[in-house]
Design a protein around this ligand. Structure first.
Ligand code: KG4
Ligand code: ZN
Length: 334
C-alpha cells in the first residue's frame, strides 16, 4: 500500500512549527522556530507579539520543512493544522496558512486539537496499545485521558484551576527565574532538599481531578512569611519541595487510574513531561507494575508540528475533513 504523508502546522502559542510525518508514525522533517527569546523580557507570552512572529516565520519554516523532507507537494496527502485551543491570534496564522495551502495545492484539510497532538507525539516513538491512559501536563493543560481507540478521547480528570506548567511558571516567577520557569525549577529541585512540607491536593476520594492553585499560594505564603521573620529559605529547597508535591499527586493519580481502567499503556505528554523529577518518579512507580510507560523524548514533549501531523494522520484516515470555513477556536474541546 501507498505511504501517507501529512504536513502539519502548529502556531497555538509561541512556537512556529511545520513538519511532515509518514504514516502517522515516522518523522520525515520537523522544523520549530521558537519565540521564547522575544517573550522572556515580559515574563510570559505576549499574544500580539506571538501572532506577529508567526506571520514573519511561517513561510521560512514551511520552506525549510519541505526542503528537509526531500518531498514535493505531489507527495503530500493532506494538510493538518492546530485549530485550538490556544491564543486565537496565533492559531489564526496557522489556520489561514493551512487553508491557503489546501486551496492552492488542492489537498484535503484536517483540523487537529492541540492536546490530541501532544498525545500523538508518543506514536512517533512507539505504536499505541489500547486501552491507553494519557497524562497531559503542559502550560495550559493538566488532564488524564482514556483512549479505547484511535481518535477517541475520554477526559477522566482535569485541573480545576492552574495547569501544572502554569504553577511551575508562577513559582519560578516568584523565585525571579526566567520564563519559561519549568526547566529552571527542575534544575534547582535536583540541588535542593524537600525540607518544606507543602500541601498535596488529592481532592475528593476517588477523584482524578487536579488543583495546583492551593500549592502555588502555599509557596507564596511561605516565601513571604520567611521574609518577614528574616528566615532564609534556599531557592533550591523551595523548588525541591514544590516539585515533590506536584510529582507525588501527578504520579499517584496516574497510577491509580491506570490500574482502575486496566490500561495496556500509559503515555505522558506536554511540556512538563520534560521534567526530570516527574519522568524518573513515573518510571520508578510503573516499573513496579506490569503496565508499560511511554515517555516521549524531550524534543517531542514541547510544542512541535510533528505531533500535529501525527494526530492529523488519524483524522485524515478516519475521513475527518475541515472545510474552507475552518476557524481558530481558542477554547476548543477535545
Ligand atoms: O506543551 P508546552 O510546550 O506548551 C503548552 O502547550 O502549554 O508546555 C510548556 C510548559 C511551560 O509551562 C514550561 O514551564 C513547562 O512546560 N516545562 C517544564 C519543563 N520544561 C517545560 N516544567 C517542568 N519541568 C520542565 N523540565
Ligand atoms: Zn502544548
Amino acid at each position: 500500500t501507498k505511504d501517507t504523508f501529512v504536513l502539519g502546522i502548529e502556531t497555538s502559542c509561541d512556537e512556529t512549527a511545520v513538519a511532515i510525518v509518514k504514516n502517522g508514525t515516522e518523522i520525515v522533517s520537523n522544523v520549530v522556530a521558537s519565540q521564547i527569546e522575544s517573550h522572556k523580557r515580559f515574563g510570559g507570552v505576549v499574544p500580539e507579539i506571538a501572532s506577529r512572529h508567526h506571520v514573519e516565520q511561517m513561510t521560512i519554516v514551511l520552506e525549510e520543512a519541505i526542503q528537509e523532507s526531500g518531498l514535493t507537494w505531489e507527495d503530500i496527502d493532506a494538510i493538518a493544522v492546530t485549530e485550538g485551543p490556544g491564543l486565537v491570534g496565533a492559531l489564526l496564522v496557522g489556520v489561514n496558512t493551512a487553508k491557503a495551502l489546501a486551496f492552492a495545492k488542492q489537498k484535503p484539510l484536517v483540523g487537529v486539537h492541540h492536546i490530541a497532538g501532544h498525545i500523538y507525539a508518543n506514536r512517533l516513538e512507539q505504536e499505541f496499545e489500547f486501552p491507553l491512559l494519557a497524562l497531559i501536563v503542559s502550560g495550559g493543560h493538566t488532564e488524564l485521558i482514556l483512549m479505547k481507540e484511535h481518535g477517541a478521547y475520554e477526559v477522566i480528570g482535569e485541573t480545576r484551576d492552574d495547569a501544572a506548567g502554569e504553577a511551575y511558571d508562577k513559582v519560578a516567577r516568584m523565585l525571579k527565574l526566567p520564563y519559561p520557569g519549568g526547566p529552571h525549577i527542575d534544575r534547582l529541585a535536583a540541588e535542593g532538599k524537600e525540607s518544606i512540607d507543602f500541601p498535596r491536593a488529592w481532592l475528593e476520594e476517588g477523584s482524578y481531578d487536579f488543583s495546583f492553585s492551593g500549592l502555588k499560594s502555599a509557596v507564596i505564603n511561605k516565601i513571604h512569611n520567611a521574609k518577614q521573620r528574616g528566615e532564609t529559605l534556599k531557592d533550591e529547597d523551595i523548588a525541591a519541595s514544590f516539585q515533590a508535591s506536584v510529582i507525588e499527586v501527578l504520579t499517584e493519580k496516574t497510577l491509580r487510574a491506570a490500574k482502575e481502567y486496566n490500561v495496556n499503556q500509559v503515555i505522558v505528554a506536554g511540556g512538563v513531561a520534560a521534567n526530570k523529577g516527574l519522568r524518573s518518579e513515573l518510571e520508578d512507580k510503573f516499573a513496579q507494575t506490569d503496565i508499560p510507560l511511554l515517555v516521549p523524548p524531550l524534543k517531542l514533549c514541547t510544542d512541535n508540528a510533528a505531533m500535529i501531523a501525527a494526530a492529523g494522520t488519524i483524522n485524515f484516515e478516519q475521513g475527518k475533513r475541515a472545510g474552507s470555513d475552518l476557524n481558530a477556536n481558542a477554547s476548543l474541546l477535545l
